[in-house]
Design a protein around this ligand. Sequence first.
Ligand code: G6P
Ligand code: MN
Length: 448
Amino acid sequence: MKLTILGGGGFRVPLVYGALLGDRAEGRVTQVALHDVDAQRLGAVARVLTEQAAGQPDAPEVAVTTDLDEALRGADFVFSAIRVGGLAGRAADERVALAEGVLGQETVGAGGIAYGLRTVPTAVHIARRVAALAPDAWVINFTNPAGLVTEAMSRVLGDRVVGICDSPVGLGRRVARVLGADPDRVWIDYVGLNHLGWLRGLRVDGRDELPRLLADPAALGAIEEGRLFGADWLRSLGAVPNEYLHYYYFNRETVRAYQEAERTRGSYLLEQQAAFYAEAGKPGTPALAAWRGTLAEREATYMAANREAAGVGERDEDDLASGGYEKVALALMRAVARDERATLILNVRNQGTLSALDADAVIEVPCLVDANGAHPAAVDPLPYHAVGLVTSVKAVEREVLAAAQSGSRASAVKAFALHPLVDSVNVARRLLDGYRAVHPGLAYLTAP
Ligand code: G6P
Ligand code: MN
């Protein structure tokens, strides 16, 4: 079985390869094609993978290429994990927004819109090449903003593209752990859009255990979301929001913390990753050790400015283990390839699941996965406050998709202006001008 990884020179690729190495079952991946536009990054990551595979006689074979079509031919699965504009682009997404006094973040608010406007045209191109060259392949989209990008690709590939994120799984596992439940045996009632969802219940043998957690401030204080949002607010909501909702519920504080931070996440990562790739590319240096050290540092500093804004100190040891998005991807791939049924929280087309959204809107929801793909489970309706955010942000995503398709600047301005975290149409206009000035990837926005 052949797996193609687009963005194959990306930093998280060794996580995926590590998960593949742990898969001993019949029908596992035997060939991995890494594609990237940057040959130097590909070389460095390939060195890490070689060290990972050392001593494993039947490790999946790895091939690297900068030719997209070559990478896609014969693929059974395609992981798409690209970063259009690189980390320099991410840093610019943050900077331009923060200078306007609004949130600059990888996926949320103005920064996420800029990133989406740059990424959607490339994602659609990839989807078309997959449709032409590997029409039976399943595409697993990791590329952020993951919900929006998955929806763009689904217009070409239908339900053969599924988006993934590790944050809902991570949240579900943290809540299960603190309740003393087995994370693999619970039903997690979670729904929304990517990075905009709520855990409304956690059922163990049919019984909802979430009320027990919400009533216990000490237990809430033991998980990241409890510390970020505070027990009172979680009790008011009657749910545990995805950590990315911190940018909405504490917008003023997070924007200020981001503005005051010594450097943004994107600029920190830009420097950190450049050092890693330089090191790992040097012959004779232990690439795997360099990668592990860099990963540990990256995980420990994840959302540091949010914790700063909430005044909650260091990241807890138990929260460092993320949901493991490579594990989600592998479980999804196995469920589809071998008809091993699984329930996973995924980004798929709504198909009537949430009545406030149309059938084609990509949402994040528990799905039953089998050889026929991922099928959204029935869930309770969202409360009005959540419907409000979800429909507003979906409207923004639709404007991004319209702008990417038509090249219309008016649609791009509308995307910024309709976002709940952008507070003026004038700000939206300046944001678009600011982003167009720094991102060559937005040059396609030539229509009025
Ligand atoms: C979480 C999110 C991912 C995101 C990552 C960002 O896992 O769910 O969507 O890519 O964090 O982490 P970073 O280290 O790039 O800030
Ligand atoms: Mn994510």
